[in-house]
Ligand binder design. Sequence first.
Ligand SMILES: Nc1nc2c(ncn2[C@@H]2O[C@H](COP(=O)(O)OP(=O)(O)OP(=O)(O)O)[C@@H](O)[C@H]2O)c(=O)[nH]1
Ligand SMILES: [Mg+2]
Length: 354
Amino acid sequence: MRSAIIGLPSSGKSTVFTAATGLVPQPGHAPREQVGVVRVPEPRLKFLAELYQPKKVTEATIEFVDVPGFSLDDPHGQDEFRRHLPTIRQSELLVAVVRDFEDQTVPAYRDRVDAKADLSELWEEFLFADFDTVNTRVEKLEKALGKPSKTHDEEKKELALLLRCREGLENGQPLSAVLGGPDEARMVGSFGFLTEKPLVVVYNVAEDRAAEPAPPPPEHAVGAISLCAQTEAEIAQLEPDDRPAFLADLGLQAPACDRVVQTCFSALGLILFFTVGPNEVRAWPLAGGTPAVEAAGKIHTDLARGFIRAETVAYADLVETGDMRSAKSAGKVRQEGKTYVVQDGDVITIKFNV
Ligand SMILES: Nc1nc2c(ncn2[C@@H]2O[C@H](COP(=O)(O)OP(=O)(O)OP(=O)(O)O)[C@@H](O)[C@H]2O)c(=O)[nH]1
Ligand SMILES: [Mg+2]
């Protein structure tokens, strides 16, 4: 699961990246993309680890890419944006960092601090980038379909869908609103449309607003948080034991890192299921609504191929009964088939035969 941190120049993207990952971009280099992996904080793993005393505990992770800023009002900035588009398109989630702090020593994009205006400027650019991609493909398909040859059924279907996409974009509609259902989304999946991706907005605020509660997501976004990137980046680089005191000073219970990761995790529509055993206790991220056989495939393709059943117990039931044996005798361990929709917190053992 990859999230691209994007935004206008100097909005604080790299600082947010440091706050989220603890990694500091190498100074003295030309701006480049940087990747960092962050663990998804998950308190339920503690109980499971105590129960199984495994050799290894594996948390779910989210990857963040820090994308250099692009100024949208000059050709060089536009080129920069195009250069980074493939990375952005390959990400599952967009994290837009907007500047929301005053500081004379940090030059502001367009000499103003206006989060709302910056967001709509970014959004317009997303619409335009998708329009550009759709249009190029439409022209290509129309040319191909003009040639008399075989039936072109697939191309005709794609063209009809892309014409609807183009019309939607012309009317300012995001493609998430145009595409109806998984089949259509699959047909255009390889384009990585920006306005189809979930969007989380990070308001980079001044330190005196560091503990503000998360604002409601603005238009087109599925999640939002506010944080003071600079202070949080400093905290993220402290020894873990030293962090709580600094956070408490700011009035915060959890570092930005946790808040960012959790917001991204739910924006992606993900749930967690667990596998347990003496070797490893592990949390697996999964799209909500996924059937058990696909979940098994995430663990290993053999488990999907030879799937017999999923022995499943809800985390809460396991806690209540105390351990797997008691859960079984209490009738809390269910035998689920391939189509069972995995629920958040399910502890699953896949029975398989290959
Ligand atoms: N006062 C203040 N300054 C900040 C904050 N966050 C970032 N800055 C400063 O703003 C400047 C730009 O921050 P970066 O994180 O490099 O911004 P960026 O969005 O990655 O910039 P580009 O990649 O060049 O577009 C740096 O000098 C930071 O120290 C903040 O919360 N408060
Ligand atoms: Mg940067």
